[in-house]
Design a protein. Structure first.
Length: 244
């Protein structure tokens, strides 16, 4: 089986480490990739094609994991060449998922849940062809939600609305604590109720948010667009904070 990768960020880098089998070959391309991404691809040792079009043509499963704003364009450019399953792992709205389905046959809506570089994340999937990906449970805990496209997309956005709003609040309160010279004490008192590993997890969350603020802002914009009938006061505040 050949699994093609469009994008090679932390999510797909980790998947190539978790899904290990002599019967599975990973493909990607360095076409228009940054120097940093090319280095990561070379280090991984996976097979490299000249173009992403060729990756799509040769793959039994084609996985797209880019930024939310690029997800539809990637589907338009390469989805038509994919004859097997097209698994979209981007943090996009159900509306974008349905738009992608117009350009892609055999679309499966998916999400990686859990720390992206951990040994045991979970894969949530939905769509009529999602049963064909249940074999991945041998490598990564895989849960099918339903045959209905868009349901995993909704769950992704709901999760992001919580985690990214929480991250923005952590950034703001930590900055305030620093101004008063009480950062250590701030985490000490929260550890009493939130658990011994709260400080470590919080600092990791803050650093990840700051290092990927552009992508996370794009995800919050998708949330606001998707749930436009809801107030989303906290989500909008988190977006404002990240844009600062």
């Amino acid at each position: 089986m050949i699994i093609g990768l469009i994008g090679f960020g932390k999510v797909l880098q980790n998947l190539t480490k978790i899904i290990k089998s002599d019967e599975i070959t990973f493909l990607t391309s360095t076409e228009n990739r940054s120097h940093k991404t090319i280095e990561a691809i070379e280090k991984s040792g996976i097979e490299v094609k000249d173009t992403f079009k060729q990756v799509a043509i040769d793959s039994d499963i084609l996985i797209s994991a880019n930024s939310p704003k690029n997800a539809l364009e990637v589907a338009k450019n390469y989805g038509k060449f994919a004859k097997g399953i097209y698994l979209d792992l981007n943090n996009i709205s159900p509306e974008t998922t349905f738009k992608i389905s117009q350009y892609v046959d055999n679309l499966v809506d998916g999400a990686i849940i859990g720390k992206i570089d951990s040994d045991n994340p979970s894969l949530y999937i939905c769509g009529e062809q999602s049963d064909e990906l249940l074999f991945l449970d041998e490598f990564i805990q895989t849960r099918k939600i339903s045959d209905n496209l868009g349901e995993v997309a909704i769950l992704k956005l709901l999760r992001s609305s919580y985690t990214k709003s929480l991250s923005a609040l952590l950034i703001e309160t930590t900055e305030t604590a620093k101004q008063y010279g009480l950062e250590e004490e701030f985490f000490d008192i929260l550890t009493l109720t939130e658990g011994d590993d709260f400080r470590q997890k919080s600092l990791s969350r803050i650093n990840n948010t700051l290092n990927n603020s552009k992508r996370k802002s794009e995800e919050l914009e998708e949330i606001i667009e998707c749930f436009d009938k809801n107030e989303l006061i906290m989500v909008k505040a988190a977006l404002k904070k990240l844009n600062q």
